[in-house]
Design a protein around this ligand. Structure first.
Ligand code: JD8
Length: 262
């Protein structure tokens, strides 16, 4: 996968040299390039911002450097290797929510281009114009306010690159993950069996794989009911068996009436 990132703070992306993402870059799974937006300015002060039309606080990113950056990184002409135009992703608090489903969708793309805004954001015409030539998605991490798009890009890239073939290796199985089966994970423990007076649950030391699986399922259901009732409400009713419903009932969680469990 090819990834281009444009930002006025390219140093923000130094962590992408490390760990599993760094290895994916070294072995060619991930071809990542970070670009300084100011390299597409022409004035002596390398200006990227100006005052907002209509008034209001703060500054807005000028369209001209962004236009040149996108022209350079998403050329109109089909390149000799026949590659297609990138998918443009623009972090914004006004974007659609980034989810694990979107991470899977993005992992299937061959070329992603991220535009990191700062200040009050990027002049909207940059996105309007880009949308005449390529797919553009404004994406939000969640309902809190950041200074700019850089941290959002780090999060999105970590979620996407770990789904690329060969990045995770044997370290984990993607289909057993919490956001694959729609529940939070059960708690995990390692040695020693007793630590500062706290015991590892007996069932996990029993060797009874049936009991362990049922215990983990019950723990996943009860902590999801307590912490993320929205996730329980979103479960397809047919995904819950009678023992699941009993576990939720013990946790005091009322399922909507009419759902018949297996
Ligand atoms: C990009 C500028 C800051 C945005 C005034 C100060 C994502 N979940 C998220 N929260 N915030 C962002 C985000 C914030 C950004 C930019 C993303 C560019 N800002 C501005 C408009 C209102 N603040 C985000 N993804």
């Amino acid at each position: 996968m090819r990834v281009d990132v444009v930002s006025i703070f390219p140093e923000y992306f130094a962590p992408l040299d490390l760990s599993l993402i760094g290895r994916a870059r070294e072995n060619g799974t991930l071809r990542l390039a970070v670009h300084d937006l100011r390299s597409w300015t022409h004035d002596v002060h390398r200006t990227v911002d100006d005052t907002p039309y209509g008034g209001g606080p703060g500054m807005v990113m000028r369209p001209e450097p962004w236009g040149e950056a996108l022209d350079a990184l998403a050329p109109d002409e089909l390149s000799p290797d026949g590659h297609t135009l990138p998918r443009l992703l623009v972090p914004s608090p006004a974007g659609v929510r980034f989810t694990q489903a979107m991470a899977h969708e993005l992992a299937a793309e061959s070329h992603l281009l991220f535009a990191c805004g700062r200040y009050e954001g990027i002049d909207q015409r940059v996105l309007e114009h880009a949308a005449t030539r390529m797919r553009v998605t404004e994406v939000s991490l969640g309902d809190y306010v950041l200074f700019g798009g850089e941290v959002a890009v780090l999060v999105i890239l970590e979620a996407v690159t770990r789904l690329l073939p060969g990045v995770l290796g044997n370290a984990g199985s993607l289909d057993e993950e919490s956001h694959a089966h729609g529940l939070l994970e059960a708690p995990m423990y390692t040695k020693p069996a007793t630590w500062r007076g706290h015991e590892v649950p007996e069932v996990l030391r029993s060797g009874d794989h049936g009991r362990i699986a049922r215990w983990r399922r019950d723990e996943a259901l009860t902590r999801t009911a307590a912490r993320r009732p929205d996730m329980i409400a979103a479960l397809p009713p047919e995904s819950l068996d009678k023992r699941d419903v009993a576990a939720l009932d013990r946790a005091g969680f009322q399922l909507p009436p009419g759902d018949v469990a297996k």
